[in-house]
Ligand binder design. Structure first.
Ligand SMILES: [Zn+2]
Length: 666
């Protein structure tokens, strides 16, 4: 089970500070591969299902403990993981998407009850001893065995009793803290009032039908469909500042305390294993290998973009001075100005207005377009299955099948529009992973928050990105579910998604829209061409920002384990736009509080691999032969072989950083 979200709550603009397998052909053509999504009438039903599931898994563990480490042991261990996914995968998804708050609260309580089981399981000495005693039959088994042993060891199974108990206590505490961290962001659900005058420049579609307060002011939330257009469009600097400060302080002071405690606990955890820092402890299992290697890479990125960043800041400041009629040298570019003037300059120079794309990308048709792109390239077929009861009437279900053989492969659920209490960014939950051994069909849920009026090109890119995770889950064909699809190394897992982002600038790719939407007009050539040129504009600031996030994360998890807010103020203070006193970005940085700890650099690291993977497609992004090779080597193998091997097998050469840095440098 894993959840992958896009870079930051900051997804696009740098100012957004926040943050299968083959089933038997018995499946009817309209049915969904895998079990039906469970339905819970109320919170009590979630509690009951949770209790039942815990009982079931405990008895499976007891069974496995009694089993001899024979030739089938690894498969049986994987079977336990499958059982766990089926028992709680959907419940963990529901804590982010269920419309009923009481149900969400019950799912969160369930997650905490499971944490104890997970951390005990990780330290189970009998299972560890059995895994150690197994004789792998081949290279795939040997790698699975190695990763399994490492996971047990990293959970503390080999520690003396005292430190082992402490490791478990720390794990449990961190889970609880990071859950509260996310809940503070999600449930704060702040709404800010704006007068219509303050919203001048923001598309009416964003606010016209929004709720109003007693004074008739428009109430806007911090979700991306409201936040991004306001930051990019509002002429009123004070309105932008108010919105930006609210977003930057999302999570509040309590979250700073939580993050500090989490970072301190992680350092203590690493110390139990003799590591000097949590970053060192974590990165020894990643592609990067060591914090020093990750830092060297980040320094190289910073060096590549520094000149572009400075130039962009100067240009934005000049644009602001022109706009306000002030002297450039006396004009200060504020953080809440950057997105606005970037969009303005893009409009002036390249006549690009992201809002202008919305009519060409209606949400449902955009989804159909992305599916058609994947169908053409990867040789699959998506079939909508109506009448499936899901967590919300607007959630959709699709059966994924192999185009050539008609074989049913996987299920994809899609939840497109924002609503109260829903996870408010873009992510994919791989809540069920496939296995060729047990003919288990994968299932994933893609969760986004789109404007019903249509998508900007940036949002369309987000949709493609998330689809990259969905196909990684759906088209996985690994022996073991534990190593399926997105269960790969964290500094590689974004690459398949990032590779697809570029597809949005390709004429032939976008022209597929006419196959799925007769009434849709094609995006005008000129608009697309300008968007392609404009894309480079602002990248200096964007990459510098991502580099800052990644460096902050590594520093926070370094040997000194510094206090998060002081560290952030110092690091952000050293950037050209500086730190704004009174703001607390780390309070909303849920990636770092959660599973991306000491791993945020992975977004940039995997971009290198994404750029390299893309070179294989050359001029034809829809090339079915390359797509097929990509599906068979990279996607199908999930995490059952080391990523560098998969990339090398696909490209027919060693991976290279050249494509990435060629794109980045001025
Ligand atoms: Zn992603």
């Amino acid at each position: 089970m894993s959840k992958l979200s896009k870079k930051g709550p900051w997804a696009r603009g740098f100012t957004l500070m926040l943050a299968l397998c083959a089933a038997a052909p018995a499946w009817a053509a309209s049915a969904l591969p895998g079990p039906a999504f469970p339905s819970y009438a109320n919170a009590a039903a979630v509690d009951a299902a949770c209790t039942q599931a815990l009982k079931g898994v405990r008895s499976r563990v007891a069974q496995l403990e009694r089993r001899k480490p024979d030739a089938g042991w690894l498969a049986a261990y994987d079977g336990l993981n499958e059982h766990i996914e089926d028992a709680v995968g959907p419940i963990f998804l529901l804590s982010n998407v269920h419309p009923d708050k009481a149900v969400r609260t019950a799912t969160e309580a369930c997650e905490l009850r499971w944490q104890d089981l997970f951390s005990s399981l990780g330290q189970n000495p009998r299972l560890y001893a059995a895994a150690k005693a197994t004789q792998p039959r081949d290279a795939l088994d040997a790698y699975y065995r190695q990763l399994t042993l490492e996971a047990f060891e990293d959970a503390g199974v080999g520690l003396p009793a005292g430190p082992r108990a402490r490791a478990k206590a720390i794990n449990d505490r961190i889970t609880a803290l990071s859950q509260t961290f996310d809940k503070n962001i999600r449930d704060a659900a702040a709404k800010l009032p704006f007068t219509e005058a303050e919203l001048q420049g923001v598309p009416e579609s964003v606010w016209k039908s929004a709720e109003r307060d007693a004074q008739g002011r428009v109430l806007l939330g911090l979700d991306s469909p409201s936040y991004v257009p306001l930051m990019q469009g509002a002429r009123d600097g004070a309105a932008r500042e108010r919105m930006w400060r609210a977003k930057t302080n999302e999570g509040g002071a309590e979250n700073l305390k939580l993050l500090a405690e989490i970072a301190t606990l992680r350092k203590e955890y690493a110390g139990l294993f003799g590591a000097s820092s949590y970053a060192e402890f974590t990165l020894r299992r990643r592609m990067a290998g060591t914090p020093a290697a990750a830092q060297r890479f980040l320094a190289e990125v910073q060096q590549a973009v520094a000149a572009r960043e400075r130039q962009e800041v100067d240009e934005l400041r000049a644009a602001k001075a022109r706009d306000l009629g002030t002297a450039p040298e006396a004009t200060r570019l504020e953080r809440w100005d950057a997105s606005y003037y970037t969009e303005r300059l893009k409009r002036e120079r390249y006549s690009v207005d992201q809002q202008a794309f919305r009519p060409y990308f209606p949400p449902q048709e955009s989804l159909a377009l992305v599916m058609r792109i994947i169908e053409k390239t990867l040789g699959v077929r998506y079939t909508r299955v109506e009448g499936t009861k899901l967590w919300h009437p607007e959630a959709q279900a699709y059966a994924v099948s192999d185009a050539a053989s008609g074989r049913a492969l996987a299920t994809l659920y899609v939840d497109l529009y924002p609503r109260e209490g829903k996870y408010n960014h873009a992510a994919v939950w791989s809540f069920r992973n496939g296995s060729t051994l047990t003919k288990r069909a994968p299932q994933a849920a893609l969760v986004v928050n789109f404007d019903r009026q249509g998508l900007t090109l940036d949002e369309f890119e987000t949709l493609l990105h998330e689809f990259g995770h969905a196909v990684h889950n759906n088209l996985s064909a690994t022996r073991y579910a534990s190593l399926a699809g997105t269960s790969t190394l964290r500094d590689f897992v974004e690459a398949p998604s990032q590779m697809l982002e570029e597809w949005v600038y390709d004429r032939r790719v976008l022209d597929l829209m006419k196959e799925v939407c007769a009434r849709c007009q094609p995006v005008p050539d000129e608009l697309l061409k300008q968007a392609r040129v404009a894309k480079r504009y602002g990248q200096g600031l964007q990459y510098a920002r991502q580099q800052l996030y990644a460096s902050f994360d590594l520093e926070l998890h370094a040997a000194t384990a510094p206090e998060p807010m002081a560290l952030w103020a110092r690091m952000e203070g050293a950037t050209p736009l500086g730190h704004v006193p009174g703001t607390m970005f780390p309070a909303g940085f849920s990636h770092v509080a959660g599973g991306y700890a000491a791993g945020y650099y992975g977004y940039l690291w995997s971009e290198v691999l994404a750029a390299d993977l893309r070179t294989a497609f050359g001029a034809d992004k829809l090339d079915p032969a390359v797509g097929r090779r990509y599906r068979d080597t990279v996607l199908a193998n999930g995490g059952q072989r080391p990523p560098q091997e998969l990339v090398e097998a696909f490209l027919g050469r060693k991976p290279s950083t050249k494509a990435f840095f060629d794109e980045l440098r001025p």
